[in-house]
Write a protein that binds this ligand. Sequence first.
Ligand code: SAM
Length: 267
Amino acid sequence: MNRSEFSEGEIARYWDQNADLWADHVRKGWDYYREHFNNPAFFRFIGDLSGKAVLDAGCGEGYSTRLLARSGARMTGLDISQKMIDLARREEQREPLGIRYEVASFSDLSLLDDASFDTVVSFMALMDGPDFGGASREILRVLRPSGELVFSITHPCFMTRGYGWMEDEAAGTTKLTVSDYFGGQPYVERWRFKGPAPKEAEPFAVPVFPRTLSEYVNTLIRAGFVLEGIGEPRPSEDACKEHPWLQRWRDHATLFLYVRAVKPLGG
Ligand SMILES: C[S@@+](CC[C@H](N)C(=O)[O-])C[C@H]1O[C@@H](n2cnc3c(N)ncnc32)[C@H](O)[C@@H]1O
């Protein structure tokens, strides 16, 4: 299947189907990678956004959008899945935080004005859309000059379609194996959160659009961004003591890639 055959309508349908279980598990704290590794590290990478106008691109049911709103950012959350946004809006009604939610693709932000945000954040979503070039150009457009795009994705060099772990108990070694790094065909990945969710819970079905590191970086540069920083987080020693399943991501490879890119003045 090539990228153009995987329509955004289909992607929205996959995420609509994931939405109820996703929201239930995320809100119960059952996404252990998020709770014990990714969110603490990524929020440090993002820094203080209080008082800023911030777009959360691919916000899902709004978990991180709400965290940013509670810390003082003026938030807009946007997602392609109507069901995710319904769940986010229901939560906004229950606990109003002043968040505006919209259903749209981050590759077509025509409902948002030029230069209307100080910062665009995206938590683990930009690898799930087919058109990273369109997303980069649209995000640049809605940012003010010197505004920043800060996003997290699964690390494209390690979390490839063919990745896996090899344990050699006799030698006492653990190895990460990587293959298909250049195999850019989209596919549907099925997985559950690491956490206490019942094993019989339906796995999420997630369309994935693999890209190489150079594709991500060069696309941002071509759109007009200036790269400011890259993050490759490692779980802390304390986190690994408390959650030994994290240790391999401290010792062998990094699971996530964080990127900070700025819209230049006059850009
Ligand atoms: C892995 S989830 C992450 C959701 C949320 N950021 C979080 O951390 O819980 C990816 C999200 O990206 C959304 N998504 C996928 N493609 C999109 C697109 N083209 N435009 C906007 N949202 C998209 C999905 O609907 C889904 O909610």
